[in-house]
Design a protein around this ligand. Structure first.
Ligand code: NAD
Length: 368
């Protein structure tokens, strides 16, 4: 099993290092063998190779069974032409590897109910799955407008626009993924669109309805995105599987993240049609806290667990990581983003130590 490790920028390197230690610990305990290879991506790759996704990184990602990704981006690259910006690396990987289905589970851990911005009774036991289409929509439509950009901006321009588009096969395949995922859960799918205003999303709605005919055992509900944004904070537990396009999914999954306490807790998987995948935390490179050793590594550690489950077919090892995370939270350790009165504040490395110790049963003491 070959894993490409792409830490990226900002806190990416810090949190991926902890996930790697957790993977090594679980491999040791369960007798698994992983070959790992590292490569630069995002701003780090731009600095070294002049491109955020150099061929060497792309080739490694293609040759690996799975990819563990940190995060990319920094404000200092905002003035670069768009194709050279760090964020293009993740878009490029999704496109080149055909990673069209993004799974973002939003799970509120019992121990973190009070870290949510909502009342505890609204989020206690929350367990929803947002499935976001990743390779279409406005992010991949033809950008138009005055591309005579100066430092990435358009001084004096009268207009700029991007085109939103989806093809029928793109909608069909994500709809199948959602209905199949719902069959393993509570058999309920909410398809989020903006069919009242956008042609692309009337088409989305029609195609999802057509695919639904093959899944009579699954309940399908359609909801406009503005209403979905409202319902997510009003009664989030009413949702189970939510399927939506690239842009709406981007926004709603961040909203759902906050319901669970912190974006630092949310893993994600981006899968191709054969379940090969890229696994990354739902958050970005957090330049505001990079290098301080305070980032929460749990979203990345939980992403590694998803990698073991979905791509590497090691569900027992995945369960082991997830139960180790629960036991660490039960012991009261918290990084700053999930800290509350009465719990113990720890840094990135100590949180990683605690998860490793919960897996191996051996205590680790990090010198700080
Ligand atoms: P962000 O997710 O990086 O940070 C938002 C807020 O959440 C910040 O206050 C940050 O400190 C906090 N945060 C994020 N992850 C955390 C963690 N693990 N532990 C504790 N706190 C955490 O989003 P942003 O600030 O909007 O973007 C920063 C950069 O990341 C930008 O360049 C953006 O383009 C990029 N980005 C990259 C990805 C990706 O690599 N997939 C995703 C989103 C944003």
């Amino acid at each position: 099993m070959k894993i490409a490790i792409l830490p990226g920028d900002g806190i990416g390197t810090e949190i991926v290092a902890e996930a790697e230690r957790v993977l090594a610990a679980v491999a040791d305990v369960h007798g698994l063998k992983f070959e790992t290879e590292h490569a630069l991506v995002g701003g780090a790759a731009y600095e070294a190779h002049g491109h955020p996704l150099p061929d060497s990184t792309l080739n490694l990602a293609k040759s690996a069974d799975a990819i563990l990704f940190g995060a990319v981006g920094d404000w200092k690259y905002d003035k670069l032409d768009r194709p050279l910006r760090p964020e293009q690396a993740i878009l490029g990987l999704r496109k080149h590897l055909g990673l069209f289905a993004n799974f973002r589970p939003a799970l509120c851990y019992e121990q973190l109910t009070h870290a949510s911005s909502l009342k505890p009774e609204l989020v206690a036991g929350l367990d929803i799955l947002i499935i976001r289409e990743l390779t279409g929509d406005i992010y991949f439509g033809q950008p138009r407008g005055r591309r005579t950009a100066v430092d990435g901006h358009f001084p004096g321009a009268e207009e700029a626009f991007d085109t939103m588009r989806y093809s029928k096969p793109e909608i069909e395949r994500i709809a199948h993924v959602a209905f199949q995922a719902a069959r393993k859960r509570s058999k309920k799918v909410t398809s989020v669109d903006k069919a009242n205003v956008l042609e692309t999303f009337q088409f989305w709605k029609d195609v999802v309805t057509e695919v639904h005919a093959q899944y009579p055992d699954v309940e399908l509900q359609h909801m406009y995105v503005d209403n979905a944004a409202m319902q997510l904070v009003k009664a989030p537990k009413a949702f189970d599987v939510v399927v939506t396009g690239n842009m709406f999914g981007d926004i709603l999954s961040d909203e759902a993240a906050m319901l669970t306490g912190s974006i630092g807790m949310l893993p994600s998987a981006s899968l191709d049609k054969a379940n090969k995948g890229l696994y990354e935390p739902s958050h970005g490179s957090a330049p505001d806290i990079a290098g301080k050793g305070v980032a929460n590594p749990l979203a990345t550690i939980l992403s590694a667990a998803m990698m073991l489950r979905f791509t590497l077919n090691q569900p027992t090892a995945a369960d082991h990581i997830e139960s180790a995370v629960r036991s660490v939270l039960s012991s009261g350790l918290r990084t700053g983003d999930i800290w509350s009165e009465g719990t113990k504040r720890v840094g990135t490395r100590e949180m990683g130590d605690a998860v490793v110790a919960a897996i191996t049963g051996k205590t680790i003491t990090t010198k700080t």
